[in-house]
Design a protein around this ligand. Structure first.
Ligand SMILES: [Zn+2]
Ligand SMILES: [Zn+2]
Length: 285
């Protein structure tokens, strides 16, 4: 029994250790697969994305380590790519010659602050509120609806395999309830977005990054049954920024997916995403 992780960050972006440190940790945990997905470069200053000039060494570094550890683990190359209309996205030309095993599409930026900088929605609570106030005149509902509108625009216009933390916009509700996740308007956004995900046959990751600090999952257990009813495939990803977080929350998520009726996770084998049976203890390879 073992787990995989297709979403993780290393020292090329805001991860805290070198690529090889994560590989060694994954081997120690008997993980058969580890995928790296640094934040892709963006065409403006950002402290947590990979600088554009480091992209080629990221690819080279991982491909050398793929060879080095070939007998022990499959190492995969990916990027977590932001979509910002007319600025960047999974289909943008800067990736044309970049060899990736798969792509993760994520929304972290929603429109622009007063100073012209893109508003990053996953910063601190205070930074989040600055965006809500400056970009949406304090109207949280408009901010949330815009996040999902951009998510759907990304799904419609870009090509990628995994949708990253697709309801991340709810992340500050646990600090202070900013909107009611059971409200009709919010559920309508979730419904429209999941329908499009199902149409495009994207894989939804259950992102466990916040699980051990505040119990949050993206998306949460409340959406598992709804996703299964729409035939949406899932995989479990830790979005690890430290090697010891590689499998955080996996047992809990697997149990909840199983209780909701899921029996398979999507896994990348021989360059194809296939269904692999699982229990709360791991994948049944
Ligand atoms: Zn992300
Ligand atoms: Zn990430």
């Amino acid at each position: 029994m073992s787990w995989t992780n297709y979403h993780g960050h290393c020292s090329y972006c805001d991860g805290h250790k070198e690529v090889e440190d994560y590989i060694i940790e994954a081997i120690n945990r008997k993980m058969p697969v580890i995928g790296f997905s640094s934040h892709a470069p963006v065409p403006f200053d950002c402290f947590w994305t990979m600088p554009h000039e480091r992209l080629s060494s990221y690819i080279k570094d991982i491909s050398e380590l793929k060879e080095k550890y070939n007998a022990q683990i499959r190492v995969l190359t990916s990027l977590e790519i932001d979509y910002i209309p007319n600025l960047t996205g999974p289909n943008f030309p800067f990736l044309d010659d970049v060899q990736l095993d798969y792509k993760i599409g994520s929304i972290h930026f929603v429109d622009k602050l007063k100073n012209g900088e893109p508003w990053a929605i996953d910063g601190s609570f205070d930074e989040f509120m600055v965006g809500v106030n400056q970009v949406f005149e304090g109207d949280i509902r408009r901010a949330v609806e815009r996040f999902f509108e951009l998510t759907r625009e990304m799904i419609r216009t870009q090509e990628f395999e995994i949708i990253g933390h697709f309801d991340k916009i709810k992340m500050h509700n646990h600090t202070k309830p900013l909107f009611d996740e059971s409200s009709d308007w919010y559920q309508a956004e979730i419904e429209k977005t999941l329908n499009l995900i199902a149409d495009k046959k994207l894989i939804v990751e259950i992102n466990t990054k916040s699980y051990d600090c505040n119990g949050l999952l993206f998306p949460g257990v409340d959406l598992f049954k709804k996703m299964l009813d729409k035939n949406i495939s899932v995989t479990i990803n830790s979005d690890a920024h430290y090697p010891d977080k590689l499998e955080v929350g996996y047992g809990y998520v697997a149990q909840e997916l199983y209780n909701s009726g899921y029996r398979y996770l999507k896994e990348l084998i021989n360059s194809k995403w296939v269904e692999v049976a699982f229990t709360e203890k791991g994948l049944e390879w």
